[in-house]
Design a protein around this ligand. Structure first.
Ligand SMILES: Nc1ncnc2c1ncn2[C@@H]1O[C@H](COP(=O)(O)OP(=O)(O)OP(=O)(O)O)[C@@H](O)[C@H]1O
Ligand SMILES: [Mg+2]
Length: 162
């Protein structure tokens, strides 16, 4: 645990609620921010990324980037949606997120555990877990000072609605 670790735990009862959580997170994201998503198949990572896109003011429809590693969604700020599910080890080593981060985009990574130590140290982690068919436990936590600010804003805004 670093001094910058803050976390917020939420229960989503429907895909719509997960979208809303993503949207409120997306609202707070700025160029260079990275969101790492962890969780088994079907836990709602892509749903959450759809919400993030919406919160960032992106109009384009967000899908699972099944056949490409990285999808780019243009909006006021570009969202790079990365899905590492099918990545192999050699590819992981050559995949750098730096160019996306430095280009001033926001990066959201599904199956982030596959990048492990290659993930940037400064990021927001989101762990999703199936509670039952329609409920998901979502834990958002900070890695680093910028992410801590995001979590603090998120929880401040959350007060009334969650
Ligand atoms: N509370 C919930 N939040 C999010 N999705 C939910 C919820 N309840 C049910 N679902 C369903 O779970 C599925 C989540 O799919 P999604 O593609 O987002 O998962 P994923 O974690 O991205 O999976 P993958 O690892 O295959 O990419 C959808 O079919 C959605 O309708
Ligand atoms: Mg997905």
């Amino acid at each position: 645990m670093t001094e910058y670790t803050r976390s917020v735990e939420l229960i989503s009862h429907s895909p719509e609620e997960t979208l809303t959580i993503g949207e409120r997170l997306g609202n707070l994201l700025r160029p260079g921010d990275v969101v790492a998503l962890y969780g088994e198949l079907g836990t709602g990572k892509t749903v959450l990324v759809k919400g993030i896109a919406r919160g960032m003011g992106i109009q384009a429809a967000v899908h699972s980037p099944t056949f490409t590693l990285v999808h780019e969604y243009r909006g006021p700020v570009v969202l790079y949606h990365v899905d590492l599910y099918r990545i192999d080890e050699a590819e992981v080593d050559s995949l750098g997120l730096d160019e996306y981060i430095e280009s001033g985009g926001v990066v959201a990574v599904e199956w982030a555990e596959k990048m492990n130590l290659l993930l940037p140290a400064e990021r927001v982690d989101v762990h999703l877990k199936k509670a039952n068919e329609s409920a998901r436990k979502i834990v958002i936590s900070s890695r680093g000072p910028r992410a801590q600010t995001i979590i603090e804003e998120f929880t401040r805004n959350a007060g009334a609605c969650l």
